[in-house]
Design a protein around this ligand. Sequence first.
Ligand code: B3K
Ligand code: ZN
Length: 877
Amino acid sequence: SRAIHLRDYRAPAWWVDEVELDVSIADDGHAEVAATLSLRRNEAVPAAPLQLDGEALELLALAVDGRALPAPASFVRDGRLELADLPARCRLSTRVRIRPDLNTTLSGFYRSKDGYFTQCEAEGFRRITWFPDRPDVMSRYTVTLHANRERFPDLLANGNRVAEGEEEGGRHWARWVDPFPKPCYLFAMVAAKLDRLDDTFTTASGRTVDLAIYVEPGKLDQCGFAMHALKKSMRWDERRFGLELDLDRYMIVAVGDFNMGAMENKGLNIFNTKYVLARPDIATDVDYMNIDRVVAHEYFHNWTGNRVTCRDWFQLSLKEGLTVFRDQEYGSDEYSRAVQRIQEVRGLRAAQFPEDAGPMAHPIRPASYEEINNFYTATVYEKGAEVVRMIHTLLGEDGFRRGMDLYFERHDGQAVTCDDFVSAMQDASGVDLAQFRRWYEQAGTPRLGARTAFDAATGRWTLTLEQSNPETAYERRLQEEGLRFERGPLHIPVALGLLDAHGREILPTTVLSLTEASGRFEFDLSAHGLKAAPLPSLLRNFSAPVALDYQYGDSDLATLMAHDSDEFNRWEAGQRLATRLMLAGVAQVQAGSEAAVPDLFVDAFAAVLAKADADPAFAAEALTLPSEAWLGDQMTVIDPDAIHRVRTLFRRTLAERLRSQFEALLVRHEVAGAYAPEPAAMGRRALRNLALGYLMTLDDSALQLKALSQFRDADNMTDQFAAFSLLAHSDTPLREVALNEFYARWKDEALVVDKWLAVQATSPLSDARARVRELMVHEAFDLKNPNKVYALVRTFCAANPLHFHAADGSGYAYAAGVIRELDPVNPQVASRVARAFDRWRRFDDGRQAYARRALESIRDLPGLSADVAEVVGRALA
Ligand code: B3K
Ligand code: ZN
């Protein structure tokens, strides 16, 4: 296979100390890049020829120490530029021609609307110039940009602008110097005509830093919140981790065509517009929260990622897992800690658990990959953050902080490994993390079994924990690649609390360490005079990313829902109860009878509703039923039709039985005054719109009209969008009214149009597939724009299980068609869409046959990209 292996890592034979780039954008759209690299042989490794990476470059000239080499193309072999017998120190100059105007991959240098932008992580820099495109080569950059002044008044690159000037023919230039050595994946440049929001920030040590957000002209009124978020995150990192910005200038540029969320280029972040632009009438509470988190995430990378970077791409989680942990903590300090945790775990279960159970399974530090862009995954990011969180749990806040301090003390300015991080944590705290390191090597979601015994006479309570680590597709592949791998028990922190029969806490949270395959933990509870066994609250705050198996009784779960002091476990108990009862309902439907909603469940739900005012944001989470995808993941053979039917029945039954409570919430939580994206108001809007959602299942025309007036009159997108999606998913004439009005009003706001597409993609109505197909040729859709593809295609495939997994295979055929068309345009985006097939073997034979055919039609596409080939190849393996 084309796999690259971690064990083959070798330090580079050459360092590049300085890079001088001269980039000239021609009026016809192409660009010329002249580069001079100051090379120095790495004395620590055996001498070897210089090898440079390049892709889609037209090599025009090549020189060493100013002497031109004839026939430059003759030095290129297998896509690499190779030069032997160079002096130990020399200057290599290259000149290439590139075509940013034709670059639809959105990797390297590319055009978006009227401007030019870069994306270099992971391996985009090689599409700009010949270079050792690997993160352990760090260099100082001087960049000079030339372009037409009228069309491209803003010429930006990393660092500080040191000079600028005019040129003939209406052109101008600007020169930027980045004082920090950096790997080339953090390189960025922009040539465009943009509006700019300026601000300043005074750091803890009293330095004043210039901040700037650049956006498409006319959008300046949509940048205020991102700037606010930036300043908040700067302050937070100073307070929580003692980390201050090291630059004089920090810029964020928003671009409408972007493969992912945002990019942490040194001093010049480039963001998807989705994570910058916000105004109350166009962005929802969720959008505001996402912007806050992504701005913070990219800012935090300046230390965890940029100052200390990755030695190689296998170590990606070193910066991503840690930075996600940091942005999660920021979110927890800014919003409700419990609600943030619930949302993190919901996300982990929706994306990471299935990834670990499917063909793309990998540990947070994989040992091999084919295309690195396929490994910016829920595992590397979200499970990576869970692993860092477990270290935090084991060390405590102070120990963790000492570990971070030591990590920076040892590694500032270096490119390092996950092992270096764990060592710093261990050395600073004295906590032995030797066994814990297995989390970096082992894929799969561990199952944690728990059994309990209570001796009322002596008051002894015993907890037996057992872990089992499933074999995954990852290990099977490693074996095929001849890599040895030994699985072993993980070090799992299990947070435990105990309640008595009335729900009173008798043991506050205690963290147990399970390090063996099984462990027994004894507790002397004689002081409590218990007559009955205590009720354990296991895995509080989700202390480890595992699947917990414990035989809770239904009424135990109801008690935990009502009384557990651990808010996460109050939510978890409700999800557990709902999952169990809904799966029982699915079994009934499959057996040909009708499912029923037990009274116990309605009562437990009513109890949560009754206390909803105390914490509306929490209540909104607790009153949300587990998703159809989650229910499917719990089944041996997923039955999307039965699941949809049962979940709909549960929602409707709850709405019927608790109608007056829901109606009362609508009135009580009307938020007065102007919209503000502020936690308390956000929670109330979430709860109110959740209530409206339940009520809309009742097919009551008065309620539908209420939704219509909320849709029309809301002064903010949160309320407007909530009503809009409910109407758009309702089988009534109001559906078309809402769809038409929404589009007519917002067709010029690209990000709002994405919402319009996504709502149609998630429709449960029977014409959903036909609609999605029609939308592919609608003026609002653009296959070249990732946000549009994600909004329509990926949303349909990933968030509409009922229709994507249609029994006639139409959903699969549609997805395969789009992937085949998209692959030559943008392989990274095509590959992300292809991940929708991850679960295909979990369905019945009929569906599997259609899915296989769809996957094979992609596999057989001539010239298929490495990105999609890896995903589809693994799915079919
Ligand atoms: N580091 C980037 C992701 C780059 C993805 C390349 N395919 C954004 C982030 O995680 O902050
Ligand atoms: Zn990141």
